[in-house]
Ligand binder design. Structure first.
Ligand SMILES: [Zn+2]
Length: 348
């Protein structure tokens, strides 16, 4: 049982924080002063626009030494929203809580009651899954049991109400991570979430964020054209005030498509966020992508799943943006801070 109540969200953050403070504070004080003061991240109050630090519960106390000013902690499924909430309540000045259903977990989130896995999951093999009698070859792949369990499972749609409750409880929360992924395979299987279901989930998140006036952080793989069309069709009233395409992997042409192909009122809401961990594999392409993004529309993120790697990855991607823009690090840091502030400011 998930156990969310309204009174739950009013609990003091201090209680949780005090559980970890003493040891970490002592360790922090032992650090050399310039280590604490000289980081470009703390000097310019730079913020991590997209990460998953709650995925490393054994090292959450490292949060106190993270120099990024704030981090947007992305929930990816109903079963980890509680960990995002706990992290925010432990470090309220550092964490922007974010709640959504990532396309990799879309198969566990139904839109209608009475939905079974098989209603929203498709087999990626050229031929349909063999019957039990034909199962020898299938068994060798070691995934039949997992696949059968997924296909036969009855899914709940109660997450819909919980998502709304969480966002209403935390007015500073963003919607994310959610989106479209035409390459994703459900782990340990050869199954994929149906694209139709992904489209429906994505539209639902966009409409909810528009209604509650929240920024969103979106995952998009091999689906930029569909996302562009969905945003255009929803129109300004049903689209969120800020839309971040996180770890953006599209071409410079896709940047232009989103900024100029959409009506101005929508194009003005789009931001492109970059990480070294996802985008850094092909630096030449990354540089050309960053160069295509206007100076006031890029963000930086770590996309890390541990607090231990946030700062180093943030500094890495900041340096890459500086190289792409041909700016010095200070100018790049000033612009990064301005862009993050502009992304958060949903009133204009
Ligand atoms: Zn992510």
């Amino acid at each position: 049982m998930w156990g969310f109540t309204k009174s739950h969200c009013k609990d003091s953050a201090l209680h949780l924080r005090n559980r970890v403070l003493p040891n970490v504070a002592a360790r922090l004080l032992l650090q050399p002063i310039d280590k604490r003061m000289n980081s470009v991240l703390s000097r310019f109050s730079l913020c991590d626009a997209h990460c998953h630090p709650q995925d490393d519960p054994r090292h959450l106390e490292l949060f106190l030494s993270v120099e990024a000013s704030q981090v947007a902690a992305m929930g990816t499924r109903e079963s980890n929203w509680q960990t995002v909430e706990d992290l925010y309540r432990a470090y309220p000045s550092k964490v922007i809580p974010c709640f959504g259903v990532h396309p990799w977990f879309a198969h566990a989130h139904a839109l209608e009651p009475g939905t079974y896995g098989r209603d929203i999951i498709v087999d990626t093999r050229r031929h349909p899954a063999p019957s039990d009698q034909q199962g020898a070859e299938y068994d060798q792949q070691g995934c039949r049991g997992v696949e059968k369990g997924l296909l036969d499972s009855k899914l709940s749609n109660e997450w819909l109400q919980k998502l709304r409750q969480l966002l209403e409880c935390y007015p500073q929360a963003w919607v994310g991570e959610f989106g479209l992924d035409r390459s994703a395979i459900i782990p340990q299987t050869k199954l994929q979430v149906s694209y139709q279901h992904q489209l429906q989930l994505t539209e639902l998140h966009l409409r909810l964020a528009a209604e509650l006036k929240r920024p969103v952080s979106m995952h998009c793989v091999r689906a930029y054209g569909h996302l562009h069309d969905m945003i255009k069709d929803l129109g300004p009233d049903n689209c969120p005030p800020r839309i971040m395409l996180h770890s953006f992997g599209g071409s410079p042409e896709v940047v232009v498509q989103f900024l100029r192909g959409l009506p101005k009122e929508l194009g003005n809401r789009i931001f492109f966020s970059f990480s070294s961990v996802i985008n850094g594999a092909n630096k030449t392409k990354l540089i050309s992508r960053i160069t295509a993004v206007p100076d006031d529309r890029w963000l930086i993120e770590s996309d890390q799943n541990t607090p231990a790697a946030i700062d180093s990855d943030m500094v890495d991607i900041l340096a890459i943006v500086a190289e792409a823009k041909d700016w010095d690090l200070n100018r790049t840091a000033v612009q990064a801070a301005l862009n993050f502030e502009s992304f958060c400011n949903v009133s204009c």
